[in-house]
Design a binder for this molecule. Structure first.
Ligand code: BG6
Length: 514
């Protein structure tokens, strides 16, 4: 695959030397995906690899290896992967790109608890080293159910596939969330991973960090002077972080019913968004510096003293979503009839630092909500004094900065403005920034960015083990509190249980309707 070779790009006489967006191309390597028949590999990973190939970002020596419990040969896998790439790729379909990728695609059949498949994989990688010039470099992507992580990691240890010295190159592992089920299991998994891989070779995925609009939080806060002076408890009244989905659980009942919204989304995506919103400025833009600041925030997160009042969980009941009649959670295929798993969670958190003490951070996520939207809304305090008639400012709300993570990535700044006319009437208006309008280039998919970063060895966008632990410290007491309880019902297509509204009303707030 030569399309992405760096030199022609650097030497291109048509390139504007001021354009610093030089593509970073990884060293020759293999990407080994475990669980290629699963949902994640098919919907996200294989399309992401195609998109990287299409953009010329894969190295000349690159191989994609699929591993799964199937009696398949390379062609069977290539057929499946082609379908997945065609269905999910972001970039246009080009047969030449696919042909080049298909030519370097291999399949190894085997189960995770069986030595034979892993011995075959070892031989396959050995062979590819010479035939495809991948040196000893390989990244192992565990797109598999969490209960299979230990088996695969042990197999990588037994076969020495994880050993950089034996391989004569780098060996990296990519672990999908959820990383553990609680703090204890996460720590157990961490020590296993650390026993087998070096600390720089472990990449824990939280795909929200791969989204452009999430990375823009760092640019917004630390590249501008405008926001930082007011980014604290003196000026911020409250923060709301929402991740709403209109979909149900699809075919993921097996995984979802044992996880629930708290472990599936709050523990990772929502707390990472909170960390990026609230962290101090990193001393540099290095992976270590950014992760250190995020960890400080996560370690300072506090739960409400009364969990019963400050946290709400719900489960969707039958209803209408996007014009379609949809079943309740307990009627979904594969869900036990009396499941107590939550599909919605809302919680009020605090951050015990000088910057944030006293500011409520409201986090919520749910399935089967009215539409798909993820946003961070920072509400500012009202002006201490308004030199107007009170009737003139009746329609003036809080100044608000809304960072739209998806869809329609961008930002809205809401502030008061005079309504034209002879009265001094002030009303909220909005100023909008849309990524799509400001930049002509479409943003890469999160997985595209993250797979590339793994192959480049750049860990900036991957949470470190201590962050994962700190997040479980927030989530474990909630899970413990809810252990024997039944989630509140909410109608599919609504904004969640009524009690989630009451949670905010008690402190004089209301949820935004995004
Ligand atoms: C995943 C969760 O991490 O994120 C899913 O496991 C959820 O339950 C998904 O649907 C949402 O991702 P995105 O990028 O579509 O917001």
């Amino acid at each position: 695959m030569n399309a992405g070779h760096a030199d022609p790009v650097i030497n291109n006489p048509l390139r504007d030397p001021a354009d610093r967006r030089l593509p970073r191309i990884p060293e020759p390597c293999a990407l080994v995906m475990f669980g290629v028949t699963g949902d994640l590999a098919q919907r996200k990973l294989i399309p992401a690899v195609y998109d990287l190939a299409h953009r010329g970002l894969l190295p000349p020596g690159f191989v994609m290896v699929g591993f799964a419990r199937r009696d398949w040969d390379d062609d069977d896998f290539i057929d499946m992967a082609r379908g997945a790439a065609q269905a999910g790729a972001r970039t246009p379909w080009r047969n030449e790109v696919w042909k080049r990728l298909a030519a370097v695609t291999r399949f190894v059949g085997g189960s995770f608890d069986d030595d034979v498949g892993f011995d075959k994989l070892t031989k396959t990688l050995e062979g590819l080293r010479d035939s495809h010039g991948i040196a000893g470099n390989a990244a192992f992507y565990l797109a598999i159910p969490p209960e299979s992580f230990p088996n695969v990691i042990r197999q990588l240890q037994r076969t020495k596939l994880a050993d950089n010295d034996v391989a004569g190159g780098w060996r990296r592992v990519v672990v999908e969330k959820p990383f553990g089920h609680d703090l204890t299991s996460a720590q157990r998994l961490n020590s296993l991973v650390d026993e087998v891989f070096g600390p720089d070779d472990v990449f824990r995925i939280d795909h929200y960090l791969g989204k452009e609009s999430v990375q823009n939080l760092l640019a917004l806060r630390f590249a501008n002077t405008l926001f930082e002076p007011v980014w604290n408890s003196h000026y911020v009244d409250s923060v709301q972080i929402t991740m709403a989905e209109d979909v149900g659980i699809g075919s993921r009942a097996g995984f979802y019913d044992s996880a629930g919204a708290t472990r599936d989304v709050l523990q990772n995506h929502l707390l990472q968004l909170l960390a990026l919103t609230a962290m101090e400025e990193p001393v540099s833009f290095s992976a270590e510096a950014i992760r250190t600041e995020k960890l400080k925030v996560l370690s300072a997160v506090s739960l409400p003293a009364d969990l019963h009042a400050g946290a709400v969980r719900g489960q969707y009941e039958p209803g209408w979503c996007l014009g379609e009649r949809v079943p309740g959670y307990s009627d979904e295929k594969g869900v036990p009839a009396h499941s107590r798993t939550e599909t919605y969670v809302a919680v009020q958190l605090g951050i015990q630092t000088r910057r944030w003490a006293g500011v409520p951070f409201y986090l919520r996520t749910g399935k089967r909500l009215p539409h798909r939207v993820t946003e961070i809304a920072v509400s500012f305090a009202k002006a201490p004094h308004l030199p107007f008639h009170s009737t003139d400012t009746e329609q003036l709300g809080h100044n608000q900065l809304v960072i739209r993570v998806q869809p329609d990535e961008g930002m809205t700044l809401k502030f008061g403005s005079k309504v034209p006319g002879s009265q001094m009437e002030v009303r909220d208006v909005a100023m909008d920034f849309h990524y799509g309008d400001a930049f002509t280039q479409a943003s890469p998919e999160a997985y595209e960015r993250l797979v590339l970063d793994v192959l480049l060895g750049d860990a900036t966008l991957f949470p470190k083990a201590e962050e994962v632990d700190a997040s479980w410290r927030v989530v474990d007491p909630l899970e413990e509190h809810w252990r024997e309880t039944t989630p509140l019902g909410y109608r599919a297509g609504s904004w969640g249980p009524r009690q989630a509204d009451e949670l905010l009303h008690r402190s004089g707030h209301t949820w935004r309707r995004p």
